[in-house]
Structure formats: structure tokens, C-alpha cells
Design a protein around this ligand. Structure first.
Ligand code: GLY
Length: 572
């Protein structure tokens, strides 16, 4: 049974309130419900209007998709500091329209050389509780990769018509002049204020004098962040990996007032960006390319799609039988993800097995019409609105899908004193243990110089060799499911990108079946799933997809920034 009588009563009230709220939102904020943009030359979709505008400016100055994405990232660092920035890492996919090649750059954070498999265990050998202990302070901070990643992307892909240094300018302007705190940002600060209060610098910048969240409408200036960007402009990327900013990061981590960590100057100095093979998939006549390990995004997405290929999903419609099959396919793919995925430089990842038709066939055979496959590995912690994604197509047809993160909302919660940016807590993407003594460690156990397993799923889709879709989303392990829902909505149910992003999601990460609010409140859907054996829970928020769909015939772009967030898709 999923719900008690009292809970049921509360649910009925919530249901009425939800219906009322939807009506109010629909009638009074129709603009917010229509985020799709059309354009013929270029399109940008990011999680914040100021980042989208900065990217468009760079495109109009002669920069390409890579240049525009770099400028957008620095703006996001200023206006969405809870999600991404130079204190974090990411995966950068670039499609070169001339050569028709896709390049996948890995700028994932790395564990310090002093990291160990037991680093997240307390004195009794038990993992620190996830929130707030494990995710806060110096211990979960990995060596940041974003700055070196974007320097590499610039060297490899830029037109060089706009200097690397100039790409910081829009962000410097915003950090110096300030921007208006939105209600979403204010809510996010509020949700993390206990963590932010632990660190005087985070408290000074992001809380008011009484230690409360900044109010919506507050004009936030970040002179320290502007100074940091100016230092990088003047002295290059090395100022961050070898110079005074490196010193400040090491100091902040090693002398953190909560869970000091193990980062050293050497760790920063030796940080390297890696080029990886993408993960390729094929579904309903479309070709997909996403990020491979250390991300689990590509393999899990493709395995779930391969399982779904065994069903006539379109004929099912979006009813409860489809939801049952869809949830089970995800669960099976997540079971393999949780068992096999990790850093490919440290563990052998059975890629060809995971992507094989043989595996898909045997997984599909496990799915029964009226019962569920048992859960194998515990579900990941609930997602938040963390991480960010940038999708861009430029006037030459080059494309970028860049998912970027500092992990949890506000990462480690530590701003580097004097430099105005948050350090990530990416090492919490490792399995915390404990691991059985003398056993071979699982692929995603923490270890020196290892990259924690990610779920980021930056994606390109092609139809008969022509670009069709650029997409990505935040949301921790729900990223994979957000992208899977999007693809099935477009490729099976023929929805346009806008409708596909909006549709409430169905999710299973090897746990209960999670329904997004609007679906959860459909009593018939819930009871039909429960009758098939599902435990059904509500998940109010996941995803903030940034999507560009390309019409193969007209060449027109449709850009969509998920209305669950506050982003903007815009082109020209
Ligand atoms: N920290 C989000 C991810 O890498 O999946």
C-alpha cells in the first residue's frame, strides 16, 4: 500500500489545490507556458536568459557554437552559481559541421591523490548521511575541470574570431553591475541556507545580515567573481591551476570548518582534460551520440532504448501499460549502470555488452505484463535542481551540447574566500561504501585520481546523417531519465520538442516508480501501476532540459528551455 488514509485526505486537498494552481498559472502566466523559439540561422538554449543573450552576442560577433557556449558558461557561473562554474566540471560535445565529426571532451573533476575508498565513512565505518554531512565542506571537493575544459574546447574548436579572454566579458559585466535575484534562486538559497551558514564567505555573499536567503529582486553584485575572471583574462588559465587561486582553493579545502578535505597544489597542477569516445545508439531510425564513461548517461540511455525497441511503444500510447514497460526498462538499465559504470581509466567497463542487442533482448524478456522485476540496488538520493546544460547550433551548423555542474545545489557550499566561486562536491557521485574487506572494489568506489561516475547526458541525435536534436538537462541521476522521456515523446509519440519537454515524466532508477506531480495525481494511472506491483511515489521536480530541434527539410531550429526552470531559448 503506498498511502495511508490521512495521507490520502491530504492528497485530495493537494489535488484540488494543484488543479486550482494549474488553472491560475495557465490563465495568468501563459507566456511561461510557451517557451519554444523559432529561428533560421542559429539557436541557443540555456538555463538563464542572461547566458542565452551572452551566447547570441558572441555568435553575432563571429564566434561559433563553442565560443558562445564558453561565454554562456561564465555567465551561468554568475547568475546560476548554485549549479555550475569554474569550481566544477562537465562534458563538452562538439559537432563539426564541416567534417561531420563529433568530439567528446571530459572535464570531469578528479579525486585528490590522497583520496581513499573509505573517505566517506565515519569512525564506525558507516557512510556519512548524504545530507548535509557527506555533501558539505572540503572532503567531497574534486579537482575542478571546467576552466581547463573550456580552454581546451577553445583551442580545438573556436573560430578564434573572438579571443578566449573576451569570452569572460559578459560575465564580468554581470558580476560587477549585479543581477536581480529570481524567486527560484532565492528559494534555492533558502533550501541550502543551513549549509551556506557554515562558511563565512558563502554566508557573506549569499545570505542577508540575519543569515536568511536573499529576497527575490535583491540586486546581487559579485566583485570577487569579477576579479577572478579578470585575473584569468590577464594571467591565463594557469593562475587557477598553479597560481594564487590554486593556493586559495587548497587553503579553503584543507582548512574547511566542516569536513576538511585532501586537495593539494599538485592535484590542481596535474589536472588534465581527456578526449573520450562517445556512446552511439540507434532508435526508431535515428542515430544518437552521447557521453561515455565516466558518465553513465550514454550507456544507460542507450540500454533503456534498446530494451524499448522490443516493444511497439507508439501503439501502446501513453497509458498505464506503457508506463509499466517504460519504468521496467529504466529499472533494468539502471541496475546495469549501478553495477558496471565508473571511471574507464581505473575499471574495465563492459561497453559492448551494455550496448548489445543480446543484452537488450534478455532484459526485455525479464519484463512481465502484471508484475515487476525486483529492485537490485538502492535508489540514488533524491535529485535537486542542480547542474546546468547549454545547447547551441550556430550559423555554420556546428553544435554544442555541454552539461556542466558543481554537483549538489551550491556544491560543497564553500565559496573560495576572496574569489567568489563555489567549489564542487563532485566526489559524492562516488559510491560511499563500506566495501567488503579484501573484495575487488566496485568500479565507482572512491580512489586517488579517479573521476566519479556521472549521469550527465549531453546528446546529439541525427536523422539520415543530418542533425536532428541537441539536448541535455540537469538533475543528478534523473538527467538520464529526463533525456529518455524526451526522446520517447519525440521519436515514439511524435510530440514536438516543446510538448515533449513539458510532458510529466515517468522515472525508475532501480527503486520505486517516480511520477512527476501532474501524473502522480491521476488516480487511474496510480492504481493501474500499483495493480501491476509498482510502488509509486511523487517526484515534484526533475529536469531543466535545454533542447534544440532541427527541421531536416526547412533547416529551421526550434529551441526549448524547460518551463520547470527559468531559462531561455532564443535564436536569430
Ligand atoms: N553531478 C551530476 C552528475 O555528474 O551526474
Amino acid at each position: 500500500m503506498w498511502i495511508s488514509a490521512t495521507q490520502f485526505h491530504r492528497t485530495q486537498i493537494s489535488l484540488r489545490f494543484f488543479t486550482f494552481l494549474s488553472t491560475v498559472v495557465f490563465f495568468f502566466f501563459p507566456g511561461h507556458l510557451c517557451e519554444a523559439a523559432q529561428a533560421r540561422n542559429a539557436m541557443v538554449a540555456t538555463a538563464h536568459p542572461l547566458a542565452t543573450q551572452a551566447a547570441l552576442k558572441i555568435l553575432k560577433k563571429g564566434g561559433n557554437a563553442a565560443d558562445a557556449a564558453i561565454a554562456a558558461q561564465w555567465v551561468l557561473n554568475a547568475v546560476e552559481p548554485q549549479s555550475s562554474g569554474i569550481g566544477g566540471g562537465g562534458f563538452f560535445l562538439f559537432y563539426d559541421a564541416k567534417t561531420k565529426r563529433v568530439y567528446c571532451l571530459d572535464g570531469r573533476e578528479i579525486a585528490p591523490r590522497d583520496a581513499s575508498a573509505d573517505m566517506f565513512l565515519d569512525s564506525k565505518g558507516q557512510p556519512y548521511p548524504f545530507f548535509p554531512e557527506r555533501i558539505t565542506g572540503g572532503l567531497p571537493v574534486g579537482v575542478p575541470g571546467t576552466l581547463r575544459l573550456l580552454r581546451t574546447a577553445y583551442e580545438r574548436f573556436s573560430t578564434k574570431r573572438v579571443a578566449f579572454e573576451a569570452l569572460f566579458q559578459p560575465a564580468i559585466g554581470i558580476a560587477e553591475k549585479g543581477f536581480s535575484v529570481s524567486s527560484r534562486f532565492s528559494r534555492m538559497i533558502d533550501g541550502q541556507k543551513e549549509r551556506l551558514r557554515l562558511f563565512p564567505e558563502s554566508r557573506r555573499i549569499f545570505l542577508d545580515a540575519a543569515g536568511q536567503s536573499l529576497e527575490p529582486g535583491f540586486f546581487l553584485q559579485q566583485p570577487d567573481l569579477a576579479k577572478t575572471f579578470r585575473m584569468i583574462q590577464e594571467r591565463g588559465v594557469s593562475v587557477f591551476y598553479e597560481g594564487p587561486i590554486a593556493d586559495a582553493m587548497v587553503q579553503a579545502v584543507r582548512f574547511a570548518p566542516f569536513h576538511p578535505g585532501r586537495l593539494t597544489r599538485q592535484d590542481l597542477f596535474y589536472y588534465t582534460v581527456k578526449e573520450r569516445e562517445g556512446v552511439y545508439g540507434h532508435y526508431r531510425g535515428y542515430d544518437l551520440l552521447s557521453m561515455g564513461p565516466p558518465s553513465s548517461g550514454g550507456t544507460t540511455l542507450v540500454e533503456a532504448l534498446n530494451i524499448l525497441s522490443h516493444y511497439d511503444v507508439r501503439a501502446m500510447g501513453r497509458g498505464s501499460y506503457f508506463m509499466h514497460i517504460f519504468s521496467e526498462a529504466q529499472k533494468l538499465a539502471f541496475q546495469d549502470r549501478n553495477q558496471y559504470l565508473g571511471d574507464p581509466d581505473f575499471a574495465k567497463i563492459p561497453l559492448s555488452y551494455l550496448l548489445s542487442e543480446d543484452l537488450a533482448r534478455s532484459q526485455a524478456a525479464k519484463i512481465q505484463a502484471n508484475s515487476i522485476v525486483p529492485v537490485k540496488t538502492p535508489m540514488d538520493p533524491a535529485p535537486g535542481a542542480h547542474t546546468s546544460h547549454i545547447s547551441i547550433v550556430d550559423a555554420s551548423g556546428n553544435m554544442v551540447a555541454f552539461t556542466t555542474t558543481i554537483e549538489h545545489i551550491f556544491g560543497s557550499a564553500m565559496v573560495v574566500p576572496g574569489y567568489g566561486f563555489f567549489l564542487n562536491n563532485e566526489l559524492t557521485d562516488f559510491d560511499p561504501g563500506p566495501f567488503p574487506a579484501k573484495a575487488v572494489l566496485p568500479p565507482n568506489a572512491p580512489g586517488p585520481e579517479k573521476r566519479p561516475r556521472s549521469s550527465m547526458t549531453p546528446l546529439f541525435v541525427f536523422k539520415e546523417g543530418k542533425p536532428f536534436l541537441v539536448a541535455g538537462s540537469p538533475g543528478g541521476s534523473t538527467i538520464i531519465v529526463t533525456i529518455l522521456n524526451l526522446l520517447v515523446n519525440i521519436l515514439d509519440f511524435s510530440m514536438n520538442a516543446d510538448a515533449a519537454v513539458r510532458a510529466p515524466k515517468i522515472m525508475n532508477r532501480d527503486g520505486p516508480t517516480e511520477l512527476e506531480t501532474a501524473l502522480f495525481f491521476q488516480e487511474k494511472v496510480r492504481s493501474a501501476l500499483i495493480a501491476r506491483g509498482h510502488t509509486v511515489i511523487k517526484n515534484a521536480f526533475y529536469g531543466n532540459a535545454q533542447v534544440i530541434q532541427i527541421d531536416g527539410e526547412t533547416g529551421e531550429f526550434t529551441g526549448v528551455s524547460d518551463s520547470r526552470g527559468e531559462g531561455l531559448a532564443k535564436g536569430y
